[in-house]
Design a protein around this ligand. Sequence first.
Ligand code: ZN
Length: 228
Amino acid sequence: MKGLQNLFNLFYPDVCVCCDQYLLDQEHIICIECRLDLPFIDSSDVTANPLTQTLEGRIFLEKGASFLYYHPTGKVKKLIYQLKYKNNEKVGVFLGEWFGQLLLETNSFNDIDFIIPVPLHKDKLRQRGYNQLTKFGKSLSTILNTKYLEGVLIRNTAAKTQTFKKRVERFKSLMNNFSITNPAILKDKHILLIDDVVTTGATLEACCIQLLKVENLKISLVTIALTE
Ligand SMILES: [Zn+2]
């Protein structure tokens, strides 16, 4: 089987998602060179790190972690692009397993009841065909030994309809853009909200405003990347 795989790779070699170079046998998704070159964020302190500092005073978080700095040009952008627009499910699994392992090592995410993704609006979901966070979230949930839950936190309107509104109106409608379909299931629970890239944090803030209406709910947050 291994021989067959090697033969297949000879004709259809996998390339690094960051630099398009052919991957060696022992490399997976990202070549070693790119992996060492990624702008990694140390989130081993889960209460004081660049992500928790970005959201300080806006969202009450139990714990938070983000792993990579996002630049408008650069390797992390390519990684996220593969995840978001190329339906590259392998990237989601790879990142989920990698970061899940790092979260496990912090020993701080043992009490998570559900992992919940920032949702897409149903039109966008239909258009894209998948939520780019699903594979990532499911892999995380396997490693952290918890459940992955979609459909409880939902997005009411597609982001596109917002573009023509003024900034203040946009902010207001964003803050009311999410709903909880089944608050009872989240009562007294500690959830881990996940997202791909945090820029201003406004979307996360909007999600948390709704989530925190649930009685005795605690929120932690994990994102793949954070805009520097
Ligand atoms: Zn590479």
